[in-house]
Write a protein that binds this ligand. Sequence first.
Ligand code: ADP
Ligand code: MG
Length: 499
Amino acid sequence: MSEAFIELRNIGKQFLGLRALDDVSLTINKGEIHCLAGENGSGKSTLIKIISGVYQPSDGEIFIEGEKVENLTPIESVNRSIQVIYQDFSLFGNLTVAENLALNTELRNKVKLVNWGRVRKMAKEAIDRLGVSIDLDAEVASLPTSSKQLVAIARALMSDVKLIIMDEPTTALTGKEVETLFQIVRDIQSKGIAILFVSHKMREMLEISERLTVIRNGAKVAEGDTEDFDEAAVIRHMTGLDIEIQPYRKPAVGSDEQPRLEVEGLTLPGLYENINLTMYPGEIVGLSGLLGSGRTELALSLFGLLPTHAGNIKIDGQSVTLRTVQDAIGHGIAYVPEDRLTEGLFLTQSITRNIVATSLDRLSSKGVIDMKAVEKETADTIQSMQIATPSADKMVGELSGGNAQRVVLGRWLLTDAKVLILNGPTVGVDVGSKAEIHKKIRELVKDHGLTVLMISDDVLELAQNCSRVILMHRGQFVEQLEGEGIKEDVISDKLKSFT
Ligand code: ADP
Ligand code: MG
């Protein structure tokens, strides 16, 4: 039988007029990896700050190792063996790694004269314990984020700790760094220390945790053994939306159907080689592969941003040359870049300007822009794409990621796009908006006969939205999955086999 380390009972937290937490109970057992899941703003950090004594709860009770604790303060929380790795790591940037690591302990032991030999020895042991190598004499400010995080973890492990809380620890990490972190989390657990892993990323929480608590709008909506949840269930709990999980399938059509896009023998030496691709109206084709597989370069060539050295491209049966972006747009090809915030949008410009940016030719005559038409098309787009904004004059930089993405999509629909290339369509977008964007893309494909090439690393996104998934490796198409063959684990296993 597992034993509770900490038990929060019916916790409520009220900020001036705002109920951040309402009747939340959470039990973290000794030595378990527990995930606290919830969308941005759901109350995760607030709950952590209650456990770490930074905030006092407005209601409820806290028990640590069976003992009721009143007025938990930050010092009391540390004394009860709780350590938090905050999102900003709370390190001193102008001090070295060794100094940061030693400071806590030396301060706690009220050492008057710092013995630097001992400080270095302690610091070295702490870093070695993690099995990583970090220069003890480096200034913390000069370290990459992943190393800063490791220093913060090493520091937490130097005290007598029974629970380590990590607040969204993977936010700034690469895939490889996440793996290292997971390894470390498992090592920490093997020493009998419990971990509360706070996250809004489905795949991570399902991989690392043994138990899961989901909160939404400050209330607990689910808890249980992680193995009883799948991504779809967690998404449903986190968003409260009954998100469509039936995978998209292209409606059956006659064999004489005219392909929308045909690519034959397309080659750009060193980047991609002999690419053959046929896409029909109403299809969403997924394209995945590791970084450097050539997938983005292929997309850039189809959008006239990179040249091609050999091969043919046909749109609706007609050969086309795509030397410039204007050529591509003229032939009905649209591209939403991976980093829409730096490449795709003018952040300091209004929604209106952003939406009509690629349609100005069509909306002007003799160099004069038809402002009435601009206003009408913008208003229609805001409505049809469900962009949440009080006004079309709002700067795009002030919109949430999901709404910004809708502006980009809406913009391309005004150009009468036939082929829409989406590169990482929901990167950095929260789960709720993500589902809405997927729904929108599927509607566009169904209702307008659009053809979508969806480039993505998000295996669930591919499995749910694509009628075909192509995997690219070292510049070539190496695998195509169709129909029932499109499964999350199948795609991720194939991708892993490329490393
Ligand atoms: P999460 O970590 O899940 O993203 P938070 O716990 O940071 O969410 O925030 C939950 C809600 O509480 C949000 O609406 C946030 O604006 C509000 N909130 C958090 N801290 C404070 C505070 N100190 N004063 C007022 N409101 C706050
Ligand atoms: Mg938070």
